[in-house]
Design a protein around this ligand. Sequence first.
Ligand SMILES: Cc1cc2nc3c(=O)[nH]c(=O)nc-3n(C[C@H](O)[C@H](O)[C@H](O)COP(=O)(O)O)c2cc1C
Length: 190
Amino acid sequence: MDLEEAINKRRTIRRFTQETIPSEILKKLIDYARIAPAGNNIQCVEYVIVESPEMREKMFPLVRWAASLPKELRTPESGREPTAYIIVLVNTNIKKSYYDFDVGAAVENILLGAVTFGIGTCWMGSIKGDKIRVLLDIPDFYEIKHVISLGYPDETSVIEPYKESFKYWKEGNEMHIPKRKLESLILKVV
Ligand SMILES: Cc1cc2nc3c(=O)[nH]c(=O)nc-3n(C[C@H](O)[C@H](O)[C@H](O)COP(=O)(O)O)c2cc1C
């Protein structure tokens, strides 16, 4: 799969088959993040992989799904939950500020890498950080930034032309994601 295909195919996925992701693939995704750009090349982004069924079950209530959808469509039903999570941390002993862009670059490498393995992802900022810290025994000098939920997709998602709203919607088992037109993004070419 070339880069353009991976970029086009990457859509947020929130329903998953229960086939597990091999540990080597999860580590490979973090290897992609490892070499992402970082401000001043100071590399402060670290990760926890959650893959065991026991810990997955405990992680599931600590993330919140699809705020734009009606309540009954937000959360994956039983048997369609993620089969892995990557917790994205900032080691504040390494960098104290200006790390959000590093996090974004690292996460995008993970999301695009996942596509090439046929894995769906959901980048999640709406998380219960305090509870995740206790559950995974994460020391205080780590900032818990985001969670990436992963699994083999059990729903589809398509891009729609943006009209009046950024709100995405769901019809049956398919997500519809409005994206702005290219021309509307380029302020000027000089
Ligand atoms: C920084 C960030 C935080 C997000 N947080 C959540 C979240 O907490 N829960 C969720 O279900 N989706 C979350 N998303 C996924 C977005 O809703 C999704 O990217 C958006 O609807 C566009 O869909 P697409 O990824 O398929 O292009 C987040 C995405 C980003 C970039």
